[in-house]
Design a protein around this ligand. Structure first.
Ligand code: 13P
Length: 255
């Protein structure tokens, strides 16, 4: 199983800034064998960066897509339009769910559209602070996986990556707290248990990433949690030194 280090740039950087930053990363980053580095720039920067990126070093991801292939959907981008540009697409990020009101049904369509178009969806799941307080974490995670993967066939489930991002641990959320390795381990156990129950033993081949205030100091502890196969990084992925340091930590954990 590969180790995935994914940088979600969210809505940051102009096209020019994105290009300069990518240039910096390409010069600096040397991923290890067995590691897949992925960056998810703003949608407007994807096409120009696709001409600049060295795919042997890192791959591109979209941050979102439409669940329909083509048609009268003003303002949307079909994943079919991103073929040849990206290899991955983040789907169901909590900012899409809770800021822009995406429903489980929309997320299910997007995951299926990615798989249909040979682009790997990175399906984000995670409980809010109040769901955690009310002891609903396990149910929320199971529901989000179940609906998110509902239209993915039994042959295709291995084409999906899951990213567990507890909403309360995301750095941009007001009052965000660091998730403890114990908290994460319990949720990963729930996720892995549910995947195995649904898909059988082969479910162990589905990568599960962790995201939420990851930085060079905590990356090692998060990467050594059993069942975690990589990291989805927001804020720290915008700073070349920090992103590179996290990659170095991952190399040490992998060796
Ligand atoms: P932070 O690393 O800034 O908490 O963001 C996490 C995230 O939302 C990545 O998708």
């Amino acid at each position: 199983m590969k180790t995935y280090i994914v940088g979600n740039w969210k809505m940051n950087f102009t096209i020019g800034e994105s290009s300069i930053y990518l240039h910096k990363l390409l010069k600096r980053i040397k991923p290890a064998k067995g590691m897949q580095v992925v960056i998810a720039p703003s949608p407007i920067a994807l096409q120009p960066l696709s001409l600049q990126i060295d795919r042997k070093k890192m791959k591109l991801s979209a941050q979102n897509c439409c669940g329909k292939d083509f048609g009268a959907y003003t303002g949307e981008t079909a994943i079919a339009q991103l073929r040849g540009i990206v290899d991955y697409c983040i789907v169901g990020h909590s900012e899409r769910r809770y800021v822009f009101g995406e429903t489980d049904n929309m997320i299910k369509e997007k995951v299926a559209a990615c798989v249909r178009n040979n682009i790997t969806p990175i399906l984000c799941i995670g409980e809010t602070e109040s769901e955690k307080t009310f002891g609903e974490t396990a149910d929320v995670l199971k529901d989000q996986i179940e609906t998110g993967l509902a239209d993915v066939s039994a042959e295709d489930f291995k084409k999906v990556i899951i990213a567990y991002e507890p909403v309360w641990a995301i750095s941009s959320v007001k009052g965000a707290k660091l998730a403890s390795p114990d908290d994460i381990a319990a949720s990963i156990k729930t996720i892995r248990g549910f995947l195995e129950k649904t898909y059988g033993k082969d479910a162990k081949d589905i990568p599960v990433l962790f995201g939420g205030s990851v930085n060079p100091d905590n990356a090692g502890a998060y990467l050594t949690i059993p069942g975690v196969n990589g990291l989805l990084i927001g804020g720290a992925s915008l700073i070349a030194d920090q992103f590179n340091d996290i990659i170095d930590v991952a190399k040490r954990v992998m060796s």
